[in-house]
Structure formats: C-alpha cells, structure tokens
Write a protein that binds this ligand. Structure first.
Ligand code: DC
Length: 240
C-alpha cells in the first residue's frame, strides 16, 4: 500500500479517506519520553510520525531567522501557511531530523531561544488554529503516531488509541541530568527538578489547550519502565 496517496483534486474524497486513517496519540509532560516512544512505535507499525512541539519550535526559529517580531501575528501566520516541513526518523535511538524547505534545521531547534519562542507561540490561539490544519495534514495512510500536549484532546479527538504518558518529576529530572552528562554538560539535579515542576505547572495551568489527559486516554506511567517496555506495552494496546 503506498504511504502517500494522491487524491488529486477531489478534496471531498481526500477528507473522507483521511478520517479513516488510524491515529495513535501520545500526550504527556516534558521529559516523559513521549518523543522517543512515539518514534519507535511509528517505526514498529510502519506509521508516519508527528512531533507537534517541533512545529512550534520551527515557527520560533523562522521568526528568529527572518527577524520577525513574535507579536507580528500576520507574518507568523503567513509562515504557518507556506512552510514545508518533513520529519525523518531513523536509528536505534529513534533520532528525528527536521527538514524545512529542503534544509535540515534539527540542531537549531534544540536551542533555549527556540524553546522559549515556541512556548510563547504555543500560548497564542490564532497560531494554534493555524497549526491545526498543518497537523491534520500528517494524517496519511497507513497511519500516524502523533505526540505532544493536546493531540488526543484537541487535534485528533477521534484517535483510535490515546496514551497519556507520565513519569514522576524526579525520574524526569534524573533522565535529563543523565542526558546532559552524556553531552558533557554539568547541571544540578535540584535545579532540573525545579525547572520541570515549574514547566509542568505552566503547561497544566495555561488557559489555551492546557496539558491534560483526554477522558478516553490510557494512562501509562513510565517511571519504573525502560523505553522498550513502554513501547511493548503501547504496541500491545494498539493490537487489542
Ligand atoms: O515538546 P517541545 O518542548 O518540543 O514543545 C515546544 C513547545 O510547544 C512547548 O512550550 C510546549 C508547546 N506545545 C504545545 O503547546 N502543544 C503541543 N501539542 C506540543 C508542544
């Protein structure tokens, strides 16, 4: 079965068919491992992958790159419409590369500057609405694994399976600590824990698309599980 169907100009047929494409959503707080799990699950199932946080980061990068002020909504929304984004996933670790208009900008998206810009843009309702259509565009046969904060609640409410992935704040701080140490960066565990708790509070308390599990989501706590165990558990749920 081809992974990209060409529906030509019959938009009605495209709409009808797109809604039948299965979607699995994985939402959860920062550091819960949802990105890694989503990539691995997509690879296991042969599905497409959407990392929705990256879309906000890409817009932030675009704004910085083109020196667009964050409150210049017209320009930001114009970028939403024209950007051509592609995810490339590969490797044992489920590495994701992000291509914009034919350019690999993955490393530039990981900066603090982009993270900050992304979190500001994520609080802007017109931006969220503009990105909605973009996110729906990733729903292609044979299926999609979409991860973020509001995949199951707002973007794909009709998803076949919704996972809400959590881990204790301390476990997430320890994972981040280990990751930074691997990169040769020293950081205090207490500071990382405080940062994670502050980010959780911001994500859950914001007025627009707050982080919360969908009513029909399955909660998975990854605190005492390995990545492989979480993937196995979620894959079993998919096949149920
Ligand atoms: O997961 P991340 O750190 O790459 O996300 C970047 C920002 O986008 C972060 O502030 C949370 C926000 N975000 C969101 O509001 N909704 C999503 N579906 C995904 C991310």
């Amino acid at each position: 079965m081809p992974r990209n169907w060409d529906f030509g100009s019959d938009k009605r047929l495209f709409q009808m068919s797109r809604e039948t494409v299965p979607v699995i959503t994985i939402d959860g707080p920062a550091g819960s491992g949802k990105g890694t799990i989503a990539v691995k699950l997509a690879s296991l199932l042969g599905y497409h992958y959407l990392g929705s946080g990256t879309l906000y980061r890409v817009l932030a990068w675009f704004s910085l790159h083109h020196q667009v002020e964050a409150d210049d909504l017209e320009s930001v929304l114009g970028m939403c419409e024209t950007m051509q984004i592609r995810f490339e996933t590969f490797g044992e670790d489920g590495e994701v590369r992000v291509w914009i208009d034919g350019q690999d900008i993955s490393d530039r998206l990981r900066t603090e500057e982009c993270a900050l810009g992304a979190s500001r843009l994520a609080m802007c309702q017109p931006v969220r609405e503009a990105l909605l259509e973009k996110q729906h565009g990733f729903r292609m046969a044979p299926g999609l694994v979409a991860e973020g904060r509001d995949m199951g609640t707002v973007v794909f409410p009709d998803a076949r399976l919704k996972i809400y992935l959590t881990a204790s704040a301390m476990e997430r701080a320890q994972r981040r600590h280990k990751q930074l140490r691997k990169q040769g960066i020293s950081a205090s565990l207490d500071d990382l824990l405080a940062e994670i708790e502050a980010r959780d509070a911001r994500d859950k308390e914001r007025a627009i698309s707050p982080l919360r599990p969908a009513d029909d989501a399955v909660r998975v706590d990854s605190t005492n599980l390995t990545i492989a165990q979480v993937v196995q558990h979620v894959a079993a749920l998919v096949n149920n």
